[in-house]
Design a protein around this ligand. Structure first.
Ligand code: SF4
Ligand code: SF4
Length: 484
């Protein structure tokens, strides 16, 4: 039998309090530092059903997204090494890095605001770690080894044929699943066509990819077959941030201690109120379902991933003993203490204003992102030459087409207006979608117009209809003249 007990002390008004010794250690570790394996009971109930729907929808999305294209581009591709980044089908280049950075900051602030208001809903409902573990790997474990008690029994028993067969089958399926999941992960980086090609051609043709895949699969297997909830309780920085983000008005999975204490075992026909007992019948069902091995009745803990399993477990118990559901529920600490609903406090208002402002800025930058990025650079060591009363400078140009269509463009001088471009081909330059085109042009001005040895000029890239696509400011060199 597992030891669920915690030393108890008596608090005010006869309330049973536990010394907060549980905060001194991790629930999944023995005093000796040895890992305490968690065998959570299979959760069932209203929230578990909702979470299953969300999880399987997201899993479907995970498997489908690498094959979805928007305007011929992958919906999501993060090939940083080859600089091929597509988000919602939009190509992003190193030049757009600041937009991506701003997007990441906006997302971070969004998560912060969300966490302040709704605690760790992300962890319980959306986090890939929770979804893979609870909705894929743990389900297989339940199917092969049975529920909590059977798993514990199997764990204790010798390595007989039953244990070898069940564990062997489970670990083999885990390995195959890890391989599948990592192949899909690779598709998000190099694209599904590339993954299919690598698989077809085999590991000897692509040893680097093969090694990377093996390492990623091993890491995936290690996390879901062994490390499991330790990711949430020891590694995840988001989990550690909770302590500074949440306050008494944050909505979280909470045990209603006002209603539940004094906890005491259920006795049929007893008037618990008259006996000074709370609604918690101390059945430990909320503890045995917890995938991080904690007791929610001890209060808010960093280990709690808000998975709602304890809500469902307790509701089922309350149903059976004829008490109202919701002894464990989504609530704020303040709400439980005072009975008053949560308020939109000043800190949340401040964050929300900041978030809206940043989103406007992000939208503005995205909307005003030029279709084409043009650069005109003077080649290293080049200067000017004078011929037929004209001064000429040479420029190397680079055009990057960020759109999904071919662009035919020409180059014109915007400022000063009396120059000319003498290079052939500059009136019709073809830039294919998502491609970079490079070339050289000569820009000339009448000698009499160039008064300075270094003069600012602006060059423009226009489409065939005469619309300006992008412009670039640079300088024009001429002979040094003494000004009187
Ligand atoms: S499941 Fe409910 S009644 Fe049972 S121990 Fe937990 S809080 Fe108390
Ligand atoms: S305490 Fe409840 S909500 Fe938190 S992790 Fe455990 S079972 Fe999930």
């Amino acid at each position: 039998m597992e030891d669920h007990t915690n030393p108890e002390i008596k608090g005010g008004q006869g309330q049973v309090l536990k010394p907060e010794t549980y905060r001194d250690s991790i629930g999944t570790m023995e005093q000796s530092g040895k890992r305490k394996w968690v065998f959570p009971k299979k959760p069932k109930g209203r929230y578990t059903n909702y979470r299953n729907i969300v999880a399987y929808t997201l899993l479907l999305f995970y498997f489908a997204l690498p094959f979805i294209t928007i305007n011929g581009n992958p919906a999501l591709k993060l090939d940083v090494i080859n600089r091929q980044i597509f988000i919602i089908g939009q190509p992003f280049y190193p030049q757009d890095f600041f937009i991506l950075t701003l997007g990441a900051i906006v997302s971070l602030i969004c998560i912060i605001i969300f966490t302040i208001a709704f605690g760790r809903i992300f962890c319980g409902w959306i986090c890939p770690q929770t979804i893979f573990l609870e909705n894929v790997f743990r389900k297989i474990e339940y199917a092969i080894e049975g529920d909590r008690n059977k798993q514990m029994k199997l764990d204790r028993q010798e390595w007989d044929s039953e244990k070898i067969w069940k564990r062997g089958l489970k670990w083999t399926i885990y390995l195959i699943l890890s391989l599948i999941f990592t192949h899909f992960m690779f598709m998000y980086i190099v694209g599904y066509q590339e993954v299919f090609r690598i698989v077809r051609e085999g590991p000897f043709e692509h040893p680097t990819n093969f090694i990377a895949m093996i390492l990623l699969t091993a890491a995936f297997y290690f996390v879901f077959a062994w490390f499991r909830e330790q990711v949430c309780t020891l590694v995840c920085p988001y989990g550690r941030l909770q302590a500074v983000l949440i306050d008494k008005e944050t909505i979280n999975v909470f045990y209603d201690f006002n209603r539940g204490e004094n906890r005491s075992k259920w006795r049929k026909g007893e008037d618990r109120k008259a006996a000074g007992k709370g609604d918690c019948i101390d059945c430990y069902q909320c503890v045995v379902v917890c995938p991080t091995g904690i007791d929610i009745r001890d209060g808010q803990q960093l280990e709690c991933v808000n998975c709602t399993a304890c809500i469902d477990a307790c509701d089922e118990v309350m149903d059976k003993v004829g008490l109202p559901k919701g002894l464990i529920r989504y609530a704020s600490e303040k709400e439980i203490e005072t009975g008053n609903p949560v308020k939109f406090n000043a800190r949340m208002k401040g964050f929300t204003i900041l978030l809206i402002a940043l989103q406007f800025l992000l939208g503005y930058l995205l909307y005003n992102r030029p279709d084409m990025e043009a650069k005109f650079i003077k080649p290293a060591g080049s200067t000017f030459f004078v011929r037929d009363g004209k001064i000429t400078n040479t420029y190397s140009y680079t055009f990057l087409n960020k759109t999904n269509e071919k662009k035919i463009v020409n180059i014109r001088i915007i400022e000063p207006t009396n120059g000319e471009i003498t290079s052939s081909g500059s009136s019709k330059i073809i830039v294919e979608r998502d491609k970079i085109v490079k070339g050289t042009i000569n820009v000339s001005f009448p000698e009499s117009q160039i008064k300075l040895s270094k003069q600012n000029i602006e060059l423009g890239v226009y489409d065939l209809e005469g619309n300006l696509i992008d412009s670039y400011k640079t300088y024009f060199e001429g002979p040094f003249k003494i000004q009187f």
